[in-house]
Design a protein around this ligand. Structure first.
Ligand code: FES
Ligand SMILES: [Fe+2]
Length: 387
């Protein structure tokens, strides 16, 4: 008798294109797709996320709209056209669409059938300097807000918003699973600004109402805490490291697949620095981020042209090191040959959660409704956090 059972791999959350289970899951959350500052009024851009293209444009009122990538007429790329008021005019033959995707004008048609033409459109919100888009089915959920980042007065802190100019050329899951793997810090970052974190920690991982919390307990009794907001957000606290910095930094990172072979990081960094020091810090950080030299150095390491330990800039080293470890696994790598141990508790827990959520989605059951994380230092009762 023919085998009829179809085994769905609920553990596969590497593939996120249209129609995939993990793709549907990620689309059920708001995802950042662009940096607000980079999308000026009257401009349109094409962005790729989750294996699909979209048009983003900012209208005259400053509102951002997300619509389909191509014109319904003869399919050219809408972002090459003109933003007119709150609408976008196609470059090819001048059809006009509003922000809901409704066609309003067909200049070359004397009997216009514009009413019958509507292209896809998606809800958009701007928050923390990022453009968030809801690409999922049905009504958009509420946009999660992070009050601990939002509610700090502007003259008390510096908020940096950084979006990778070039996508990382490997699957986003390598990045996510690196975030829940605290042991890597002791090796990958042994020669970096994290070099104080020596020795293998004991790893504890727990599911929470927002996702996961990881404790990496070291022999000196300190614990490094990592929080992971489902489905793709890392949150860590980073110790003060800049002159004049008075408190721990908040670091939020979304990893959003561009396609299955690349992803972009969207980072919000909140540093407690005031006055002149704040301006110097902002300039230095923005200069550092604009250069983005890590990928080319990391590729040289992977091509055996150099070793990571030859990097003398300890700040730059961190980014290169993470890239090397994660791309070193392969672009989309076969996890069935892995040999996991107890120290992989975070990776194992993240996979279990994803598998459970994807199974629920496939079976038409409601997936978990996640709360928004609160920084663990205020709720976990931990005596100390270390970098
Ligand atoms: S392709 Fe857009 S108007 Fe013709
Ligand atoms: Fe790392």
């Amino acid at each position: 008798m023919a085998e009829t059972e179809v085994n769905i791999d609920y553990g596969d959350y590497s593939h996120t294109g249209p129609g995939t289970l993990a793709g549907r899951y990620l689309r059920s959350f708001w995802q950042p797709l662009y940096r607000s500052h980079d999308l000026k009024s009257g401009k349109a851009v094409t962005v790729r996320a989750l294996g699909e293209d979209f048009t983003l444009y900012r209208g005259a009122s400053n509102q951002v709209y997300a619509v389909a990538p191509r014109c319904a007429h003869r399919g050219t790329q809408l972002s090459t056209g003109w933003v007119e008021g709150e609408c976008i005019r196609c470059f090819y033959h001048g059809w006009v669409y509003d922000g809901s995707g409704q066609c309003l004008e067909q200049p070359a048609e004397d009997a216009s059938f514009a009413k019958k033409i509507k292209i896809a459109s998606y809800p958009v919100r701007e928050y923390l300097g990022l453009v968030f888009v809801y690409l999922g089915e049905g009504k958009a959920p509420e946009l999660p807000r992070f009050p601990f980042i939002e509610d700090v007065a502007d003259d008390e802190c510096v908020r940096l918003v950084h979006v990778d100019k070039k996508p990382y050329p490997f699957n986003y899951r390598n990045g996510l699973e690196n975030s829940v793997d605290p042991v890597h810090v002791a090796f990958v970052h042994r020669n970096s600004e994290y070099r104080g974190l020596v020795g293998c920690p004991e790893v504890g991982a727990e599911e929470t109402d927002y996702g996961l919390i990881l404790y990496a307990r070291r022999q000196d009794g300190e614990a490094r805490v990592t929080q992971f907001q489902m489905p793709n957000i890392l949150f860590i606290k980073q110790g003060p490291r800049y002159p004049g910095e008075t408190d721990w930094r908040d670091f939020l990172l979304w990893r959003v697949p561009v396609d299955d072979e690349s992803f972009r990081g969207f980072r919000i960094i909140l540093a407690h620095i005031k006055g002149e020091a704040a301006e110097r810090f902002r300039e230095q950080e923005e200069g550092f981020m604009a250069q983005d030299p890590a990928p080319s150095i990391a590729e040289d390491v992977l091509a055996s042209k150099m070793h990571v330990d030859e990097i003398t800039d300890l700040r730059l080293a961190v980014t290169v090191q993470d890239y090397v470890a994660q791309k070193g696994q392969g672009v989309i790598y076969d996890r069935t040959s892995e040999r996991l141990g107890r120290s992989d508790a975070g990776v194992i827990l993240l996979r279990k959660i994803y598998a459970r959520e994807l199974r629920a989605l496939a079976e038409g059951k409601p997936p978990t409704k996640w709360a928004v994380l609160r920084p663990a230092a205020t709720i976990g009762g931990l005596s100390s956090l270390a970098q």
